[in-house]
Design a protein around this ligand. Structure first.
Ligand code: SF4
Length: 125
């Protein structure tokens, strides 16, 4: 097995919010019994797009021996499952991503989603 980057989930820190499921287009992360899990390591490319959205710091990327990333399998899984996500909401106004685009940010030590209507307020006050 190759040595490469792969996502690590700290079960103790994970609160099961599901925010990391959406950014993982490969479908590598699923919620099982209220905890995020990498369902198949060959689906995780280690890019770490899931990291910034985790509010608890449960996600990190580590370098270790792991099955090679299987791009074909990941594309097949993405096609099979279609659009799968847990609706996230703006931390300021509670607007859901179905109504307004959301952007992941770091703010006052937290990873949060903010909508494009509230972001200018954070920037300009
Ligand atoms: S975003 Fe973090 S806390 Fe939420 S389910 Fe994923 S790993 Fe757990």
């Amino acid at each position: 097995m190759p040595i490469r980057q792969i996502v690590r989930i700290d079960e103790e820190l994970c609160n099961g919010c599901g925010a990391c499921v959406t950014p993982c287009v490969e479908g590598a992360i699923v919620l099982v019994d209220g905890k995020a899990r990498v369902v198949d390591e060959s689906l995780c490319d280690g890019a770490g797009f899931c990291l910034p959205v985790c509010p608890t710091g449960a996600l990190t990327v580590e370098v270790r021996e792991a099955p090679a990333f299987d791009e074909e399998k990941a594309e097949e899984r993405a096609r099979e499952r279609g659009v799968v996500y847990i609706t996230q909401r703006c931390f300021r106004c509670e607007a859901g991503e179905d109504a307004v685009p959301l952007i992941p940010i770091r703010y006052q030590g937290q990873s949060l989603w903010v909508c494009t209507r509230c972001l200018p307020v954070l920037i300009h006050g």
